[in-house]
Design a protein around this ligand. Structure first.
Ligand code: GLV
Ligand code: MN
Ligand code: MN
Length: 401
């Protein structure tokens, strides 16, 4: 891999934005599936990601380490510091910018800023929850709430890290605030014709694994009224999830994964494993919707004799971002000559975990077409330049008190 131009004030900000985008696209080449961008928690391609990120962090003058949760962390300066971060894992068949942009942009800011407060940039190992069904494995270690499921610990060991060191990953009093740059992943900023968004709050999320237990049998010889078809029951339930999810304006619900057993054309499905993801800015609305969705699953017992069981994987409360950091970002955007828009994030972010410990803020970068979690996810170079300019202003004015 060739060397890259040092990102500093000798480069024009637009060149830095181009380099940030180039680096995001370079990291996208580190994938578990050729032809797609898929990189789950501590999977083999994360080693090459760490090699490149380490190189860029060192080039920006940072001291680099990898903690026991697999987060790569670069520190510049000593003493109380601002943390800038986002995640380096992806969903299956992802785009190149979700999470990655925030890490690469944070490093670029450290390299570019003439003088800045002490800064730690973190590339979180996991935020999406794809490999083990539990999201925020990286950021939870920083708030001293590490995920201790045995498969997660095993993956940590397999990557050459020591789970016994997880307590040392937690941040101390010297981390004063957390800032995340992230693509919006929705259509609001494009509709508003604003390059940047300032997040006021992040919606709460529930995630469940729901299993439908029917009975496999012969697809030709079993009359329709003798079946216990787990997939037909799951299909009926998904309709109910869509209906309940549409009952409130700020509620969303998704069944994103189905596994069917035994999975043959001529066998009635005996078992279906489904995922459920429910989000709302109102914890009450979200939890009530979840209750109704799970009772709709339980009702499938009366429909072709299919029972449902479930396991909660996540119950993450909605959380406000820090008003004074948001205000400082707004002022920085105005001073840099950019229009921003205050908004709630429907996507989850590492900031919602960090915000339980330190003042936290997110600056959104417009998502062309509102597309994310899709290979067509992209950013406009001028919007990345805007984020860099606002980030630099923020660093000039933000005081770590
Ligand atoms: C992360 O992308 C999430 O919101 O699920
Ligand atoms: Mn994502
Ligand atoms: Mn993300």
């Amino acid at each position: 891999m060739d060397d890259f131009a040092l990102l500093d004030r000798s480069a024009h900000l637009s060149e830095t934005a181009d380099e940030v985008i180039r680096r995001c696209r370079l990291l996208a080449e580190c994938t578990e599936e050729p032809g797609h961008i898929t990189r789950t928690f501590l999977s083999p391609p994360m080693r090459e990601v760490h090699r490149l990120v380490r190189h860029w962090m060192e080039e920006a003058g940072m001291r680099v380490s990898v903690d026991a949760a697999g987060n790569i962390r670069g520190v510049k300066g000593d003493g109380p510091r601002l943390m800038i971060g986002s995640h380096l894992d992806t969903v299956p068949h992802a785009g190149a910018f979700d999470g990655i942009l925030g890490v690469v942009l944070g490093i670029a800011l450290v390299g570019y800023a003439l003088a800045c407060p002490p800064i730690e940039v973190v590339g979180f190992s996991e935020e999406e929850g794809v490999r083990f069904g539990v999201p925020f494995i990286g950021s939870r270690a920083l708030i001293a709430d590490p995920v201790m499921d045995e498969p997660v610990l095993e993956a940590i060991r397999a990557f050459g890290l020591d789970p016994a060191q997880l307590p040392q990953a937690a941040i101390g009093d010297d981390v004063k605030a957390y800032l995340e740059f992230h693509i919006e992943q929705g259509p609001v900023l494009e509709e508003k014709k604003r390059p940047l968004g300032i997040v006021s709050a992040i919606v709460g999320q529930s995630r469940y694994d729901v299993t439908f237990h029917g009975m496999a049998n012969h697809a030709g010889a079993t009359p329709m009224n003798h079946r216990s078809d787990a997939l037909a029951a799951a299909a009926h339930w998904i309709g109910a999830v869509e209906e309940i999810g549409s009952e409130e304006p700020d509620l969303v619900a998704t069944v994103g994964r189905l596994e069917v057993e035994p999975g043959a054309t001529n066998v009635i499905p005996g078992l279906v494993r489904a995922s459920l993801d429910v989000r709302s800015a109102s914890n009450f609305t979200r939890l009530e919707a979840v209750r109704n969705m799970l009772s709709a699953a339980a009702e499938m017992k009366n429909w072709r004799n299919v029972t449902a069981t479930w396991e909660e994987r996540l119950n993450q409360l909605a959380i406000d971002m820090d008003p004074s950091m948001a205000q400082a970002l707004r002022a920085a955007a105005k001073a840099a000559g950019y229009k921003s828009h205050s908004m709630v994030s429907g996507a989850g972010h590492d900031a919602m975990i960090l915000a339980t410990k330190v003042p936290s803020a997110i600056l959104f970068v417009r998502s062309p077409g509102g597309i994310s979690h899709h290979p067509d996810e992209t950013v406009l170079p001028e919007d990345v330049e805007a984020a860099l300019a606002v980030g630099l202003r923020f660093l000039d004015t933000w005081s770590l008190s």
